[in-house]
Design a protein around this ligand. Structure first.
Ligand code: AHM
Ligand code: MG
Length: 343
């Protein structure tokens, strides 16, 4: 049971940590605050999702005469609107949008930051009341201020992130984020409308007992991945094996559980998806930044650090191995030995 000496809200925490950024004048603070407001709005809607039959399905007109939107579209609009209002962000790349969104207002063009987001990850789980999440990452723009954001601002290596986080809409809603000085988690208290510090300085266990992979794809995995799965299942009590298999199908929820308990999440390339399924900008990079900040590891399984990969397109996919340091290292050893160390 965590014992917190003092009740700290996310707002207070962000302001207290502003001094971590000597060059910052509160811009990042404002940006994160606006993200948390959008998170509260999405939390409210996600919690109403079960009432969809009563309140009206997506595409319908609800009782107030408003259009009912699919939640992923709703979340997309909320986060983009929040970022636009912040005045600190000059553009957004979203998993829901084909192209980058640039903000044309004078204030926004002066914004130093761009944001990449998956506004509602795992959205196929919404209808069955399973946890979903929002993922975001923040970069300083490369292009000059005073003009619209450009695509090069978004195609930066993950190691350039200045902040990254996720919101998990689960049995409770949590916001977990890093600005490169460790990872902190905040649980939402709907009664006061605040995210409260509940998981300070998260460090993920070096080893864990959980492996998370969609084993339905087994026959399409490479030999290295197959052998690693068999290794996870082997009886070896001194090494804590067999591991436990847990897979929700919501990256945020699978990663969050493994972050706290120790484990490995894998979405490898398969015979049909040569680069896996997950998107580098919206999913792999922010989660990798958080994992590394919690002393975990994130790689493509072939010895390449996720945060060092130079993106070439907005919606690029990548194979993804993330979690407890020693588990990811072990999985990489299997892949590199059996499949070869291919770029
Ligand atoms: P989405 O962005 O379309 O929601 O897809 C991403 C999700 C991840 O949350 C999850 O890890 C993965 O897809 C599950 O994929 P699969 O159903 O192939 O196992
Ligand atoms: Mg997604």
């Amino acid at each position: 049971m965590l014992k917190i000496d003092k009740f700290v809200t996310l707002g207070e925490f962000i302001i207290n940590r502003q001094e971590d950024f000597p060059y910052a004048k509160g811009e990042l603070t404002r940006l994160l605050s606006h993200m948390s407001i959008a998170a509260k709005i999405v939390h409210r809607e996600v919690n109403k999702a079960g009432l969809v039959d009563i309140l009206g399905d997506a595409g319908d007109v609800n009782i107030q005469g408003e259009d009912v939107k699919k939640l992923d579209i709703f979340a997309n609009e909320q986060f983009i609107a929040a970022l636009k209002t912040s005045g600190e962000c000059c553009g957004v790349a979203s998993e829901e949008e084909q192209n980058i969104i640039t903000f044309d207002e004078k204030l926004a063009k002066e914004g130093k930051y761009i944001v990449c987001t998956d506004p509602l990850d795992g959205s196929s789980n919404i209808d069955v009341n399973v946890s979903v999440g929002t993922i975001f990452s923040i970069y300083r723009r490369i292009s000059n201020t005073g003009q619209k954001a450009k695509e090069i601002d978004f195609l930066q290596e993950g190691k350039n992130q200045v902040a990254a986080g996720y919101i998990i809409y689960g049995s409770s809603t949590m916001l977990v984020y890093t600005t490169g000085k460790g990872v902190n988690g905040f649980t939402y208290d709907p009664s006061i409308g605040e995210f409260c510090l509940s998981h300070p300085d998260i460090i993920t266990p070096l080893f864990g007992k959980i492996y998370s992979i969609n084993e339905g794809n087994y026959i399409r995995f490479t030999e290295g991945v197959k052998k690693y799965i068999k290794y996870c299942q082997e009886y070896e009590p001194e090494a804590n094996r067999p591991y436990t298999s847990r897979y929700i199908g919501s990256l945020v929820a699978d990663f969050h559980r493994n972050l706290l308990k120790g484990g490995i999440f894998i979405y490898p390339k398969t015979a049909t998806h040569s680069n896996g399924k997950l998107r580098l900008l919206y999913e792999c990079n922010p989660i990798a930044f958080i994992a590394e900040q919690a002393k975990g590891k994130a790689s493509d399984g072939k010895g390449n650090r996720i945060l060092d990969i130079k993106p070439t397109s907005l919606h690029q996919r990548n194979s993804f191995f993330v979690g407890s340091f020693k588990m990811v290292e072990k999985a990489e050893n299997f892949i590199m030995k059996i499949d070869g160390n291919k770029k």
